[in-house]
Design a protein around this ligand. Structure first.
Ligand SMILES: [Zn+2]
Length: 112
């Protein structure tokens, strides 16, 4: 008894675990260019990376994000995985504030 289902479904894969783990790329425009930002879920973070924002490690199973320049990829003719940087989420969020004004409270006591 062979009975084939010839019907095609518009959506064949209800749950794409791979993409779910990889997250969805977003493009963020910043003062220093357009960046592609890809969130990395804890389950997809299997290695440790160095965050350029704080110069500390991003440990495995830590949700974070990967960012790289849009025009960096275009300039190198497509695909610039070496240009990708792994960031802590708060470090990436704070990136835009870097180099503009260092907030320093006059009255704040100095410890260390
Ligand atoms: Zn960091």
């Amino acid at each position: 008894m062979s009975r084939r289902a010839n019907r095609r479904r518009p959506v064949d894969s209800p749950l794409d675990v791979g993409s779910a783990l990889r997250g969805v790329d977003q493009v963020e425009s910043a003062a220093d260019g357009d960046w592609i930002v890809r969130p990395i879920a804890a389950a997809a973070a299997t290695k440790d990376y160095r965050c350029p924002g704080c110069d500390h490690e991003i440990y495995p199973a830590t949700p974070h994000l990967v960012a790289w320049r849009v025009d960096g990829i275009a300039a190198s003719g497509g695909g610039g995985p070496d240009e990708r940087r792994h960031w802590h989420k708060p470090c990436w969020a704070a990136r835009g504030r870097r180099g503009v004004t260092v907030q320093r409270s006059r009255n704040a006591p100095r410890h260390g």
